[in-house]
Design a protein around this ligand. Structure first.
Ligand code: DQA
Length: 143
């Protein structure tokens, strides 16, 4: 079965409580459970990983090279700052889909630039929980 790694970056463990006017009331647990439901239909197995630490995310991307066929990642704030995560994405040579709950292009200017997206196959931004489900469908098409 195709295995896909789902990575969530800093502060996404706080979804549900964190800025609900921006991110909605959805929790990371419910995102993961909706993804799990869809993954069964698509015959994909998922591994979930959340970290608030850049180096841990870099390590996880590196490890996925051996065990996974693709990665779905919401790098959160690291989207806009992390050359290390961008380089890890390039180095792993897996197809990677970047997702965001909010539309980063309709928010503050510093969020308009994604350092990580150019290293990815594509980016989905602005659809809340649905961004993750769309990413999973995209992964199914490309692996
Ligand atoms: C986010 C957007 C980022 O700008 C922000 O730092 C996040 C969440 C999103 O999913 O909309 O933490 O990645």
């Amino acid at each position: 079965m195709t295995k896909v790694l789902v990575i969530n970056g800093p502060n996404l463990n706080l979804l549900g409580e964190r800025e609900p006017e921006v991110y909605g009331k959805v929790t990371l647990e419910s995102i993961n459970s909706e993804m799990t439901k869809l993954s069964k239909e698509l015959d994909i197995s998922l591994e979930f990983f959340q970290s608030n630490h850049e180096g841990e995310i870099v390590d996880k991307i590196g490890e996925a090279r051996k065990s996974c066929k693709a990665i779905i990642i919401n790098p959160a704030a690291y989207t806009h700052t992390s050359v290390a995560i961008r380089d890890a994405i390039t180095a792993c040579s897996l197809p990677v889909v970047e997702v965001h709950l909010s539309n980063i292009y309709s928010r503050e200017e510093f969020r308009h630039k994604s350092l990580t997206a150019p290293a990815c196959k594509g980016q989905i931004s602005g659809f809340g929980l649905e961004s993750y489900l769309l990413a999973l469908r995209a992964v199914k098409k490309i692996v």
